[in-house]
Design a protein around this ligand. Structure first.
Ligand SMILES: O=C(O)C1=C[C@@H](OP(=O)(O)O)[C@@H](O)[C@H](O)C1
Ligand SMILES: C=C(OP(=O)(O)O)C(=O)O
Length: 439
């Protein structure tokens, strides 16, 4: 599913960002809307769905398991739920492209189905760790084959799953969600304790569909055997995509941009907290709750940034935003230190190493550490960097162009379409100067 065609960006230096825009829908919530909408009884209408390759991969596999899904059409998707036990065995393996969220959440959701299924992914996904889900699922009685804990994963039909309590070894919403989804099919109460809060969209959506989810301190639990009732889901704009324009405005003098209807769930707003601590001028207006998720318009006006030591409690709350935050750090006065972020090494690329390499190429003093990075603010130069097929790296270096001394060429950008279709057009509309080249 992931883009095989190669693309390059040439980013021309200078400019500022202004205007009012809505970025595409939240990726995490879009995935979950298809998964839970498919298992619900009744029809779920989704609006604001992300028409990016990752969420479309999830949609395609549920279609392949017999769910009647109409759309997407301008963000509208209609899912005719088949109920908890209505999925059909797919006729071929499920290709999840570049999407870690799809593979990890589906491992749990599919572990309790009455059929065998194989899940595959692209080169990047095929190198990502899956033992973090297969180990606890095995404790629940699932039978899963992997090669050295990496995809492809083959799930074998099991007669039943048993509920467990699991202490998550790492702060991961994907592993937490995987176990809760398996727990829907387990006998008894499945509970998960997390070392630090992570995004809670699964819990919120389950509750929105009438499933009882208990939360006590850092433990979340549910009892298997219940049912989900279809509901309408308004997917907010993705704060992870909004981040590129927030950082753009934070580094480019004269900028003033408003990002509309962005999800500001407290488990996702690390980027706002970190940028504010660096001195960014951010205001939230039109705050409301829609479909159980808080949303707001985020306005960001340029103000000079200073380097900070990033509080470790913000790391899981901003986990996908670090490549862009490293650009903010490169443009800030003084030193920024990130620790406790070793999870960044197992995303679509090793985001610590790849960002450090690119920043160094552009003349910034950036030193990777085992669990983070130390960046000294400086002057961004021109040069050629590689995104290693990682959408967030490609978009981060694109916004760096605003403060660069010359053009930046970014290689291997096709995967931007996994999370942010239309990025280049939207970026150019608000003031960036990005040329997209095939090949
Ligand atoms: O649950 C989710 O939707 C996600 C959880 C995070 O992954 P981890 O759980 O691996 O931290 C995040 O990086 C990913 O983009 C989406
Ligand atoms: C890590 C990400 O996604 P996934 O794990 O779903 O591939 C991301 O979008 O930054």
């Amino acid at each position: 599913m992931s883009s095989e065609a190669s693309k390059k960006y040439i980013v021309h230096p200078g400019g500022k960002v202004t205007g009012k825009v809505r970025v595409p829908g939240d990726k995490s919530i879009s995935h979950r809307s298809i998964m839970l909408g498919s298992l619900a009884e009744g029809t779920t209408e989704v609006t604001g769905f992300l028409e990016g390759e990752d969420a479309l991969a999830t949609l395609a596999v549920f279609r392949g398991m017999g769910v009647d899904i109409i759309g997407p059409d301008k963000g509208k998707v209609t899912i005719h739920g088949v109920g908890m036990h209505g999925l059909k065995a797919p006729t071929s393996s499920l290709n999840l492209g570049n999407s870690g969220t799809s593979m990890r959440l589906l491992s749990g959701l599919l572990a309790g189905q009455g059929f065998d299924v194989t899940m595959t992914g692209d080169k990047s996904l095929s190198s990502r760790p899956m033992k973090r889900v297969t180990d606890p699922l095995a404790l629940m009685g699932a039978k899963i084959d992997t090669t050295d804990g990496k995809p492809p994963l083959t799930l074998h039909k099991t007669s039943s799953l048993k509920a467990i309590h699991y202490d998550l070894p790492m702060a991961s919403a994907q592993v937490k969600s995987c176990l809760l989804l398996a727990g829907l099919y387990a006998e008894g109460k499945t509970s998960v304790t997390e070392p630090a809060p992570t995004r809670d969209h699964t819990e919120r959506m389950l509750e929105g569909m009438g499933y009882q989810v208990e939360k006590e301190g850092s433990t979340v639990s549910l009892v298997g055997g219940g049912k989900l009732t279809a509901t309408n889901i308004d997917v907010p704009a993705d704060i992870s995509s909004a981040t590129f324009f927030m950082v753009a405005a934070a580094i480019a003098p004269g900028s003033d941009i408003t990002l509309e209807h962005v999800g500001v769930n407290p488990t996702r707003i690390g980027v706002i907290n970190i940028l504010q601590e660096m001195g960014a001028n951010i205001t939230l207006t039109n705050e409301k709750v829609t479909g159980g998720e808080p949303v707001a318009d985020i306005r960001i006006q340029y103000a000079p940034l200073k380097g900070i030591r990033i509080p470790e409690d913000q790391v899981p709350l901003a986990i996908d935003e670090f490549p862009a935050l490293f650009i903010a750090a490169a443009c800030a006065e003084g030193q920024t230190v990130l620790t406790g972020a070793e999870e960044l090494r197992v995303k679509e690329s090793d985001r610590i190493q790849v960002m450090a390499d690119g920043l160094t190429t552009l003349g910034i003093d950036a030193k990777p550490t085992e669990d983070g990075i130390v960046i000294n603010g400086g002057v961004i130069g021109s040069g050629e960097v590689d995104s290693h097929s990682d959408h967030r790296i490609a978009m981060s270096f694109a916004i760096a162009g605003l403060q660069a001394g010359g053009s930046i060429q970014i290689n291997d950008c096709a995967n931007v379409a996994t999370s942010f279709p239309g990025f280049v057009d939207l970026a150019n509309k608000v003031g960036l100067q990005i040329e997209e080249i095939d090949g």
